[in-house]
Design a protein around this ligand. Structure first.
Ligand code: PMP
Length: 375
């Protein structure tokens, strides 16, 4: 018998939406080079520009501020590598921020994180007041965390940073299409988003760059993307991104149902496992994410057991070369090594059903009924 699958790993990626697939197939038929002036070229160009308008609308930016990239990893690396003297960032950032920021020639100024996973505005104020002004400084703060879903006070932090003449980047990958995002009122300089978390294709995303920002080209040598990212555009992927952005915007109301399901899941988990810790539960969170830690458990083992029970979830902890590590973000929130190593992330999508939650709870009960293995 084939076990029906329950997919609860939407923060890793979402299935391709039918609307995105249809837009991609239609775009594949338009073979023209979008930079060509003839009718074939203009047809391809029109697809890109329609997608740009849709993506801009999703985050309330101007179409002229949207630069298509190969994804958020590229967009983040681009900004981190843009020649800063100092970068302010916290230990909760995704690797695609943390690694290029740490490897850049910029000095690092650490931002503190509280027990709920929030970077408090007051502590940012203190860090900025203490620091001697550095020329060309950047502060980067994610909009929402990929493991816990915790939403950061980006607008307040950005306002503070700008008072000190500091540029601000936000990685909005996990927030886009799940909460209302307003590029202008967040007040950030740049923002990264990714298509595949929205039900668009993989390998395409965008960097939103506020008009008038001085940012060196990511790829020089072609005039594409306003001379900022050369290379003939991935028209079909961009078309899929645009279609997914339209669906995301039209279906924002679905999240309140998903949030209820997530909250119900957490209540049931706490009823079965009173010692479980829901990371960031005391903070505002995006509606779909739950990070659950239980002392004495090992995340990788739980993920495998979930998988065998037909439920796809992921570990909060990063796993490299077969070694289980404790999640950097959860450690930064003050969770013990043991707890941070145990965290599993369940992330729901717009189409998640009550049956999916029932399946996840069934798997959870079985996993928790088995004795914890020595780590
Ligand atoms: N930032 C965050 C917060 C993410 O969750 C991810 C995807 N895991 C990325 C950046 C990278 O996005 P992409 O897959 O488009 O490179």
């Amino acid at each position: 018998m084939i076990t029906p699958r329950t997919y609860l790993d939407y923060n890793a990626t979402a299935p391709l939406l039918p609307e995105a697939r249809a837009a991609m197939i239609a775009a594949l038929e338009q073979f023209g080079n979008p930079s060509s002036v003839h009718a074939e070229g203009r047809a391809a160009r029109a697809i890109i520009e329609a997608a740009r308008i849709a993506v801009a609308a999703l985050v309330k930016a101007k179409p002229s501020e949207v630069i298509f990239t190969s994804g958020a990893t590229e967009a983040n690396a681009w900004v981190m590598g843009a020649g800063w003297t100092r970068i302010y960032f916290a230990d909760i950032e995704h690797d695609s921020i943390d690694v290029p920021a740490a490897r850049s020639s910029a000095e690092r100024a650490a931002l503190p994180v509280d027990g709920n996973g929030i970077v408090p505005v007051e502590s940012v104020a203190a860090v900025l007041a203490d620091a001697a002004a550095a020329r060309r400084s950047l502060l980067t703060l994610q909009t929402a965390n990929n493991e816990t879903g915790v939403i950061q006070p980006v607008a307040d932090v950005a306002a503070l940073a700008h008072e000190h003449g500091i540029a601000v980047h936000t990685d909005a990958v996990q927030a886009a299409g799940r909460i209302d995002l307003d590029f202008r009122s967040l007040g950030v300089t740049t923002m990264s988003i990714s298509a595949h978390k929205l039900g668009g294709p993989k390998g395409v995303g965008a960097l939103i760059v506020r008009d008038g920002t001085d940012l060196k080209a990511m790829i020089a040598g072609g005039g594409q993307e306003n001379r900022r990212r050369g290379g003939t555009e991935n028209v079909a992927a961009i078309a899929g991104f645009g279609a997914a952005a339209v669906v995301a915007r039209n279906r924002m109301a679905d999240w309140s149902r998903v949030c209820d399901l997530r909250n119900e899941l957490e209540r049931e988990i706490l009823a079965v496992t009173p010692n479980a810790v829901i990371a960031g539960a005391g903070a505002p969170r995006i509606p779909n994410t739950s990070s659950i830690a239980v002392a004495g458990r090992v995340a990788e083992t739980s993920v495998i057991k979930f998988d065998l029970a037909g439920v796809a979830v992921s570990a909060g902890a990063a796993c490299s070369s077969g070694k289980v590590g404790a999640s950097r973000a959860l450690r930064a929130m003050g969770l013990s090594e043991d707890l941070a190593r145990s965290a599993v992330r369940l992330s729901l999508g717009r189409d998640t059903t009550r049956d999916d939650i029932t399946a996840a709870l069934g798997a959870w009960r079985k996993i928790m009924a088995a004795p914890a293995m020595a780590a």
